[in-house]
Write a protein that binds this ligand. Structure first.
Ligand code: SAH
Ligand code: SF4
Length: 365
């Protein structure tokens, strides 16, 4: 029998699996197990034995059905001046993934990866340059939270899947990870504080909607002009704007989402001119949304980061057309920890401290 890793198991199926294994009081045992694995962040059988008072016989039954043990090897931690920390972990396959912890007043937002690399190939993103190495398992995804909570002694309040990878391209593992992060028997991250960000995989958005997933979904739009979007995001060739925005409207209606967040990387000379402002106002009509403008973070390549004046001018023109817009500052971006800068190589290549040029947090330009 193929043994599944305990951390991969969605908590809603745990009691059934324990019952099938002949474990007495399976519901109570599942709750304690979920608390140990996802709340206390226990990483190995020794920890489980101590946390659960397992006894030899029950441990043998569990070991016959489940694998357990650490799957991430901590490689490096770097801290930015605003307290943002980037963690690099090695997977058993030799690939490296990253997670970023952002401190903002009482909030502890963990930016998680879902894949080593990414298949989507967006031209402005460092992760896209890596190509897809492999999907992460649900257990690998949540182990990052367990380790970071243990290392900092602080509870993660928010999770965003805005690290490496396209989360909806690894749908099942990410949905299972969300469920386990939200597990009420552990240290739950509230439903609406779990955010999955997608570059626009239409069939997966439809599936997310059909399953009425309770997590927040953000769409990375980056242009409402089809040809420009295609140049920035090769995926856009497969799912043109009308199809994508149709799927998003259905998501908003069927999942009763008040405001859907659209992310927009600001790239001067590419997607900030009047034609883009007009296209946004036109194409997004009827959608209840907030446009989150992210000044492009340096990753090398053909683009340039916008000045604050350019961002301000862009948002002013959008507001004139009644587009609701916010500017999102990427915490840690001067140190290669911002959106789109996660590429695994940066961990080794950069120094341990850097300088923040702008205040952290979200503000409105
Ligand atoms: N793959 C998903 C989630 C990870 S990327 C997605 O694309 O939505 C998280 C966000 O960072 C996305 O909105 C992405 O477009 C943005 N991003 C990527 N590269 C960036 C860069 N260099 N500067 C600023 N934002 C970037
Ligand atoms: Fe992948 Fe998102 Fe980067 Fe595009 S922006 S390459 S989807 S991680």
């Amino acid at each position: 029998m193929e043994r599944v890793h305990l951390r991969d198991v969605p908590v809603s199926t745990l009691a059934g699996r324990l019952r099938a294994a002949g474990i007495a009081s399976a519901d109570a045992a599942a709750r304690r197990l979920a608390w140990c694995v996802h709340g206390a962040g226990v990483l190995d059988w020794d920890g489980l034995r101590a946390g659960l008072d397992l006894g030899r016989e029950r441990e043998a039954v569990l070991r016959a059905r489940f694998r357990f043990g650490p799957q991430l090897a901590p490689l490096a931690v770097r801290e930015s001046e605003d307290g943002t920390r980037k963690y690099a972990y090695g997977l058993a396959s030799g690939d490296v993934i990253e997670a970023v912890l952002i401190r903002n007043r009482a909030n502890r937002t963990l930016c998680l990866s879902s894949q080593a690399g990414c298949a989507m190939g967006c031209t402005f993103c460092a992760t896209g340059e890596l190509g897809l190495r492999r999907n992460m398992t649900a257990g690998e995804i949540t182990e990052a939270r367990a380790r970071i909570q243990a290392a900092t002694g602080e509870r993660v309040t928010d999770v965003v899947f805005m690290g490496m990878g396209e989360p909806l391209h690894n749908y099942d593992a990410v949905m299972d990870a969300c469920e386990n992060l939200n597990c009420s028997d552990a240290a739950p991250v509230a439903r609406k504080r779990i955010t999955v960000s997608t570059s626009g995989l239409v069939p997966a958005i439809e599936r997310f909607t059909a399953q009425r997933r309770p997590w927040r979904l953000h769409l990375s739009l980056h242009s409402a002009v089809q040809e420009v979007r295609e140049r920035l995001m090769p995926l856009a060739r497969r799912y043109p704007l009308p199809e994508l925005l149709g799927a998003l409207r259905r998501y908003q209606d069927l999942c009763a989402v008040k405001w859907v967040t659209l992310q927009y990387v600001a790239l001067p000379g590419v997607n900030m001119d009047d034609a883009h402002v007009d296209a946004l106002a036109r194409e997004l009509r009827g959608l209840r949304y907030i446009l989150n403008v992210i000044p492009w973070n340096e990753t090398g390549g053909a683009f340039r980061a916008p000045t604050w004046a350019e961002v301000k001018d862009f948002t002013t023109r959008l507001r004139r057309l009644s587009c609701p817009v916010k500017v999102r500052y990427s915490a840690g971006k001067q140190d290669g920890m911002g959106c789109g800068q996660l590429s695994a190589e940066t961990v080794a290549a950069r120094p341990t401290a850097g300088h923040m040029l702008a205040p952290p947090g979200i503000f409105t330009a």
